[in-house]
Design a protein around this ligand. Structure first.
Ligand code: SAM
Length: 551
């Protein structure tokens, strides 16, 4: 690898004697890893394993490891190690996990170990409002969603339209229900979401020095001018992120570069913006950031001198930052910094609204969907918000109604009643929760508490349920990936080792006998993969054309 001389001098200035082992590490093969997607395994037969990841990790972690090992073995890969900071992360050797039907079913996400660390420090929890500001292609967003377990709101944003489309596809592939995918500039987003989020991740665009081992272009594109350009852009992005964080909220800033102008200097600027350092515990091999690094690289390249005021914040920087060097950990280069905003997060509930309102569906709009829900989706009821409000006025009645609603015949009654007419917004309750709304003929499910979307450039406003055709409903691929076979009345399994599984993701229809006519959720080893419609001895393939993999 031919490294730029200035880059080498800067790294030598920071690492001293360790420089040689750093360069040697760059010659090694990158570490390969996957992150098991809890959203998929929690709904499959492997539920116990997913639970283990989030409950008592000490005593049950072994189960998850066995589970991950079996999953990887199916793809001919061999699990090698747990990733210390991500319970669902495992490094592996060999195999082709990216080319297996499990990948298309969203069973895992391929992500190198260091890239899993910022979300580990963000520590997302179910029910929170979280923003991933620079999100494509979606490694960290899908990790956040996997920890939120479908509860709360994740706004995942990408400034570049093409990359936002890839992000949107990854959100779909991982079966995420509670996400708004936006394609906006940070300053546009902050106009709408001031003080809104409990947690924000800024995984900033950077000079990519930490990716040299994986990406030759990052090596040849390196220049000190680009480092400076990235640093200024990062400060601009962070200013907007700070505006969007609720008092008491948490912000994680990360890069995949070693340049201290993009790392410690940005952390120092966040402190200047009034953010408080959040003391973090480091995992083995991580080292704290050091404000002196700025002075060191300036001296090495005679580029300038450190601002004296930075001295005062040395202690703060050292407690809230981590550097991941590739010669010290099994992963690529990364930097992360963790902050909080003054205030009390518990006071924010309900305080902040955003512009715009989701337009609810009108009476009669969703008849075809109601039929589909009635015949196909188990334990999903369509309810009228106005009726719910009336019911809520009598607490004891509510308890009784909720119990009744569990029963299938009441579910059918509820769905039929709403076909006649609705007074308020129509909601789904049961195994799919949220407010129904339409974009043209597309039917969506806004997760509970989702902010209004007027004024936003939205790629995916919640879970896409499907298309309302003239007199029928066509379910979407997103809905298939968000459902499990336990959620539906009709499913058809394809063994992941079989020709049929590969044929299905290649778009071929399958000859099968003896099924009832209608929609089938196609699964592979129990993981949902897409839709097929059965008629006349054929399961007609509805795998999206753009996603088909031809072998
Ligand atoms: N978090 C992503 C993941 O884990 O998959 C990787 C994000 S990548 C490091 C940074 C992203 O920031 C890129 O997708 C890039 O398009 C986007 N970006 C570039 N300029 C930006 C800007 N001015 N504001 C916000 N995002 C920007």
């Amino acid at each position: 690898m031919s490294l730029d001389k200035i880059f080498q001098n800067r790294i030598k200035a920071m690492l001293g004697d360790e420089y040689d082992s750093f360069e040697k590490a760059l010659e090694k093969e990158p570490v390969k890893a996957v992150r098991i997607n809890a959203l998929k395994c929690i709904k499959s037969e492997s539920k116990a394993n997913a639970d283990a990841a989030y409950s008592d990790n000490e005593s049950n972690g072994g189960n998850l490891k066995n589970y991950a090992s079996d999953i990887l073995a199916k793809t001919d890969a061999k699990l090698s190690k747990n990733i210390a900071w991500e319970p669902n992360g495992f490094s592996y050797e060999g195999g082709t996990p990216g080319k297996h039907p499990y990948h298309e079913a969203g069973v895992y996400y391929i992500q190198e170990p260091s890239a899993m660390s910022p979300v580990a420090y963000l520590d997302p929890k179910p029910g929170e409002k979280i923003l991933d500001l620079c999100a494509a292609p979606g490694g960290k967003s899908t990790q956040i969603a996997s920890r939120m377990m479908g509860k709360g709101i994740l706004v995942t944003n990408e400034i570049d339209k093409k990359r936002a489309q890839i992000l949107s596809l990854n959100v779909e592939r991982c079966g995420i229900r509670n996400t708004l995918v936006t394609n906006m500039r940070p300053d546009q987003l902050s106009e709408v979401f001031e003080g809104y989020f409990d947690k924000i991740l800024v995984d900033a665009p950077c000079s990519g020095e930490g990716m040299f081992r994986k990406n030759d272009e990052a090596v040849s594109n390196w220049s000190i001018e680009n480092v400076e350009l990235c640093a200024n852009r990062q400060t601009d992005i962070l200013k907007e992120a700070v505006k969007m964080l609720a008092p008491g909220g948490k912000l994680v800033y990360s890069t995949c570069t070693f340049a201290p102008e993009e790392d410690e200097l940005q952390a120092a600027r966040l402190l200047n913006m009034g953010m408080k350092p959040f003391k973090i515990n480091l995992f083995e091999g991580m080292i704290p950031g050091d404000i002196e690094n700025i002075q060191k690289v300036y001296k090495a390249t005679e580029a300038g001198s450190m601002n004296a005021e930075l001295d005062e914040i040395a202690e703060s920087i050292s407690i809230c930052t981590a550097r991941l060097w590739p010669h010290k950990i099994k992963g690529e280069g990364h930097f992360l910094a963790v902050f909080t905003k003054d205030g009390d997060i518990s006071l924010n509930a309900g305080l902040y609204g955003v512009n715009g309102k989701v337009k609810a569906v009108k009476q009669g709009d969703v008849d075809a969907f109601a039929d589909f829900a009635e015949n196909f989706l188990k334990n999903v009821q369509i309810v009228d918000e106005a009726d719910m409000a009336a019911e809520a006025s009598n607490a004891s009645e509510v308890a009784e109604t909720a119990a009744k609603k569990q029963k299938g015949k009441d579910q059918k009654k509820a769905n039929k009643k709403n076909k006649k007419g609705s007074k308020g917004a129509l909601k789904l309750t049961g195994s799919l929760k949220g407010t129904l709304f339409m974009f043209g003929e597309q039917l969506y499910l806004a997760p509970e508490g989702m902010p209004g979307i007027n004024g936003l450039s939205v790629m995916r406003p919640g879970l896409h349920l499907g298309t309302m055709k003239k007199d029928r409903f066509e379910p979407s691929h997103s809905l298939a990936l968000a459902l499990s076979k336990e959620d539906v009345a009709y499913s058809y399994n394809l063994d992941s080792d079989s020709q049929d599984a590969m044929k299905f993701i290649g778009g071929e229809s399958l000859r099968v006998s003896g099924l009832d006519n209608g929609w089938y959720l196609i699964t592979t080893d129990g993981y949902s993969l897409g839709w097929a419609k059965y008629a006349g001895g054929t399961l007609k393939n509805h795998y999206p054309k753009g996603l088909r993999i031809y072998t």
